[in-house]
Design a protein around this ligand. Structure first.
Ligand SMILES: C[S@@+](CC[C@H](N)C(=O)[O-])C[C@H]1O[C@@H](n2cnc3c(N)ncnc32)[C@H](O)[C@@H]1O
Length: 189
């Protein structure tokens, strides 16, 4: 997870072997998914958790949807998707979590979504401009994108550049919720 935040960066991808750092009881204390996402997730929604990793957020989003709606959990690493697959296997969350393998250049989700979670992953994306354009095209009118980037990988200036790019695409800034050691923005289409 090296940091070179430009539109064609060469960032390292967080390997599936490091998934334990993203999904553990300590993280639940600093990044409580229910607390962070409660204002945005409503039953019936279609939610995209892009770069879902081991599904730390996808699983909790599925619970919040309470049997109505779905979360599309996407990642470029099949091994990360396998971790999510294992967690939902033979549970009622299997109906709510849809797994999707993206590739480096394409998210590839055809369905329109109400809410996109982009948690600690944008700095790993090679072509951020293209990626953001695709995300915006997937978003329904009035849908929200919540971007959270780690302060230790993304400087204030780098984050500001991302925000400027998205604003130029016509999205409106909604708020900047506080998330531990992170820079954040919620945008509306
Ligand atoms: C640091 S992890 C964060 C995982 C998760 N969002 C979380 O907060 O626990 C970043 C994840 O983004 C994925 N990723 C990187 N580039 C991607 C892309 N272009 N499309 C989809 N997933 C990507 C990586 O494979 C990795 O699983």
């Amino acid at each position: 997870m090296d940091n070179h935040n430009n539109s064609q960066n060469t960032n390292m991808i967080c390997p599936a072997e490091a998934a334990g750092m993203l999904d553990n009881s300590f993280r639940k204390l600093i990044h409580n998914p229910q607390k962070i996402l409660k204002p945005y997730i409503k039953a019936g929604m279609t939610v995209l958790d892009v770069g879902c990793g081991p599904g730390f957020f996808s699983i909790e989003i599925a619970k919040m949807l309470n049997g109505s709606g779905k979360v599309i959990a996407t990642d470029i690493q099949e091994k990360m998707l396998d971790k999510v697959r294992k967690k939902i296997k033979s549970t009622n969350l299997e109906q709510t979590v849809e797994l999707h393998k993206s590739d480096l250049e394409n998210i590839g989700v055809a369905e329109k979504v109400d809410f996109v979670l982009v948690f600690w992953m944008l700095h790993e994306v090679r072509n951020q401009e293209r990626f953001l354009e695709e995300l915006i095209s997937i978003l329904k009118p009035n849908g929200l994108i919540f971007i959270i980037e780690p302060k230790f990988h993304v400087t204030k200036t780098e984050f500001r550049k991302i925000v400027d790019k998205i604003k130029a695409s016509g999205l409106t800034i909604v708020e900047n919720p506080k998330v531990f050691i992170s820079r954040t923005i919620v945008l509306s289409k």
